[in-house]
Design a protein around this ligand. Sequence first.
Ligand SMILES: Nc1ncnc2c1ncn2[C@@H]1O[C@H](COP(=O)(O)OP(=O)(O)OP(=O)(O)O)[C@@H](O)[C@H]1O
Ligand SMILES: [Mg+2]
Length: 414
Amino acid sequence: MPKETPRAAVLARARATLDGLEQLVGGMGTSALALIALTGVAAVAVACLAGVGLLLVPAALRGLRAVADRERARLSRSGPHILSPDPVPDGWRAAIRQPAAGRELLWMVQHATLGLAYPVIGLTLPFSAVRDLLYPLYWRLLPNSEVVNAGLGWRTDNWPGALAVSLLSVFWLVLALIFIPILARMQAWHGRRLLAADPSTDLALRVTQLTATRAAALDAHATELRRIERSLHDGTQNRIVAVNVLLGAARRALARAPATADEVLERAQDAAEQALAELRAVVRSILPPVLDERTLPDALSGLAASCPVPCEIDAEVPGRCPASVEATAYFVVAEALTNIAKHSKARRAKVTVRRTDDRLHLRIVDDGRGGAVEDGGSGLGGIRRRTEAHDGTFALSSPHGGPTTMNVSLPCGL
Ligand SMILES: Nc1ncnc2c1ncn2[C@@H]1O[C@H](COP(=O)(O)OP(=O)(O)OP(=O)(O)O)[C@@H](O)[C@H]1O
Ligand SMILES: [Mg+2]
């Protein structure tokens, strides 16, 4: 496998930093809402001490649920889907006893405090970099007291000092590249930990989720059958009808003008060969036979080799996964690479496959123009349905201007 070049590593880091910044700013919005919810809940708690606040408890928890749901939706856009719990009941006792209420209250406190601190720190770093970089342009305009010594150990009221300050921007930039992705992960971690449905207490939710994925599996199955039926009907069946008609014509020609029969038989043979080729293509699209002969990484390398956009495959998959999981992984990568070739205008793409904790993780990245949307066609929706049918997760990030990253995780079920 070719190693990542330093330039590609820096670009990847810069992208992760921009993604992190976007997530921190998004998280700052819900942090501000969490702060408002915290004030409301605190006011209701004080009113409860006077006895009159109990009636307001369900309303306060409903407000908190609305804020938590916004955060759930935000986190679901960049990772596994987080389901909202059952609605808050009407009575104050039942509302407080709801298992999700305690975790949402804890999340509210963390998100309104730490959740707000992370983006503030994260935004300060690039801001400081720009401020120091531009220092030589504006130091003359500053009042004397601010420029003589900025507490840096050198005088900043002259040109060498001002240029030394502008070099500090490199330091801030390096800090930003290192810490912004970490801060974004920490901010999301609290939400993922406290807002996700707890499988032991929220069994009803888990059943709802499984019912939804089972429906999606049946739907995907029906769509697949319809696709196979259309391919057989529009392709193979038409060719065999043509063979039949040509054979009839050949028989008549044998009786009337035997010299022309040979040409008609040749056309019938061509049509039979085309029918065979179509049939092979349909069979291949049901379960890729390449997975019978080769391992998943080899099969994916075959896909990458036929992709018009240069594509690197980085796969570490010890052993074999169940056939249905490998087939799903194969189709996911096939559709993603087709999309990259069709829509992305990318210069290169990379497919990373890992098997950890008995899950198969796929990551497909391209450096194209972005803007992929699930409801733009049937391919991405099909990937989600196939993945969820396996109880796996699908996440797509494709801001305008790129890059497009698709993360799919499939349980290997062993
Ligand atoms: N890698 C990508 N880069 C940029 N845009 C993309 C990418 N993948 C998908 N898109 C956009 O998202 C839309 C939806 O993709 P999807 O695969 O669902 O449909 P499609 O490729 O247009 O049609 P189908 O897959 O059903 O033949 C596409 O029409 C395209 O505009
Ligand atoms: Mg497509």
